[in-house]
Ligand binder design. Structure first.
Ligand code: FAD
Ligand code: NAP
Length: 324
């Protein structure tokens, strides 16, 4: 028989937004249930140093997220290892279905599903994923000890990945499609100063080379953004760091979106177009996309949810087949 779990507050996602919502929701006595998804701890678990989390001059992403999880648990949140595959916002209570087969019903839902890495969309990129093409230097950088790598992108992630990869690679080429980076200035300075890193400006990756006879990546063919002139850069690994897209598949067609698939919220709140459904963090933020802003929105979402639930009056009816 399918297990059904009911909660006043269902939180989907375990990044800074989800865990912060959990801390506030638990302290509001809502006994939240948080579903972690396939990336417990979220995006920060794939990075190393974090230097802009207030109160910690330096920490690491995985350590910070472990502390957030422990904090959410200590306050009374139930944390579940599952991935939501379907979410029905047309019924009350809302119904989420997990990969494990468990049904989760929630009187209110906080959507904190964050964002996922974007890819260039090249056939060669898809073919060589796991054979030298990666979107996570902290996960795969170790394999490039004594080798040459390419990083694609011009934001904070690309610069961080390039700097991190210098711990292993002999040479890192950052390929960027424009002539200036959008990464923070302090990060740019570190990048430009590093003797192992060179930047190939105004170029895009036309093709990732390799894969013949089961071999991995052997290089990239880069084309000049305006002239189209191509050059081959030999390398053993390619790290794609061109940003992230919001993880909104669960609510597509159910809540209003804007700015290319980000969940739209009422300005100054976390209220989506569906009453009782709140969104926090990168899933709704096309501007800031930081750990601290996500955490801030997680706090707002829990407070918004608490007020909304209180305004509904007595507890919403619990489904007959639900466990406590
Ligand atoms: P995320 O961290 O993206 O977490 C989303 C969560 O939702 C995950 O737990 C996932 O498992 C879950 N989820 C998704 N879909 C489902 C589903 N269907 N069912 C259940 N769960 C689901 N920001 C900084 O402030 N400082 C930094 O130094 C910094 N470094 C970064 C380094 C890298 C490499 C990257 C990629 C980002 C970095 N950021 C940094 C940005 C920061 O990580 C994000 O802004 C922040 O993690 C967003 O938090 P979030 O809670 O909104 O979502
Ligand atoms: P981002 O800021 O959106 O930058 C993406 C980069 O990739 C841009 O330089 C963009 O070029 C380039 N790009 C996008 N699509 C491309 C394509 N198809 N081909 C080639 N290049 C492409 O993404 P991000 O660097 O992942 O950062 C996401 C958010 O997380 C940001 O808010 C960032 O501040 C935050 N973050 C913070 C830290 C930190 O604080 N230390 C670390 C990592 C990430 P253009 O510049 O031409 O648009």
């Amino acid at each position: 028989m399918t297990e059904t779990r009911h909660t006043r507050l269902l939180i989907i996602g375990s990044g800074p937004a989800g865990y912060t919502a959990a801390v506030y929701g638990a302290r509001a006595m809502l006994e939240p249930l948080l579903v972690q998804g396939i990336q417990p701890g979220g995006q920060l678990t794939i990075t190393t140093d974090v230097e802009n989390w207030p109160g910690d001059t330096t920490t690491t992403g995985p350590e910070l997220m472990q502390r957030m999880e422990a904090h959410a648990r200590a306050m009374g949140t139930e944390i579940v290892s599952d991935h939501i595959t379907a979410l029905d916002l047309s019924v009350r209570p809302f119904v989420a279905t997990g990969d494990t087969g468990t049904r989760y019903t929630g009187d209110a839902v906080i959507l904190a599903t964050g964002a996922q890495a974007k890819w260039l969309g090249l056939p060669s990129e898809e073919r060589l994923q796991g054979m030298g093409v990666s979107a996570c230097a902290t996960c795969d950088g170790f394999f490039y000890r004594g080798k040459e790598v390419v990083v694609v992108g011009g934001g904070n992630t690309a610069v961080e990945e390039a700097l991190f990869l210098t711990n292993f690679a002999t040479r890192v080429t950052l390929i960027h499609r424009r002539d200036s980076l959008r990464a923070e200035k302090i990060m740019q300075e570190r990048l430009f100063r590093h003797p192992k890193i060179r930047v190939l400006w105004d170029h895009t990756v036309a093709e990732i080379l390799g894969g013949d006879d089961g071999a991995g990546v052997t290089g990239v063919r880069a084309a000049h953004a305006t002239t189209g002139d191509a050059q081959v850069i030999p390398c053993d690994g390619v790290f794609i760091a061109i940003g992230h897209a919001p993880a909104t598949e669960l609510v597509r067609g159910q809540v209003e979106m804007h700015h290319g698939d980000y969940v739209k919220v009422k300005p100054g709140t976390t209220e989506t177009s569906v009453p009782g459904v709140f969104a926090a963090g990168d899933v709704t933020d096309h501007v800031y996309r930081q750990a601290v802003t996500s955490a801030g929105m997680g706090c707002m979402a829990a407070l918004d949810a608490e007020r909304w639930l209180a305004a509904q009056g007595a507890d919403a009816p619990v489904p007959a087949d639900a466990e406590a």
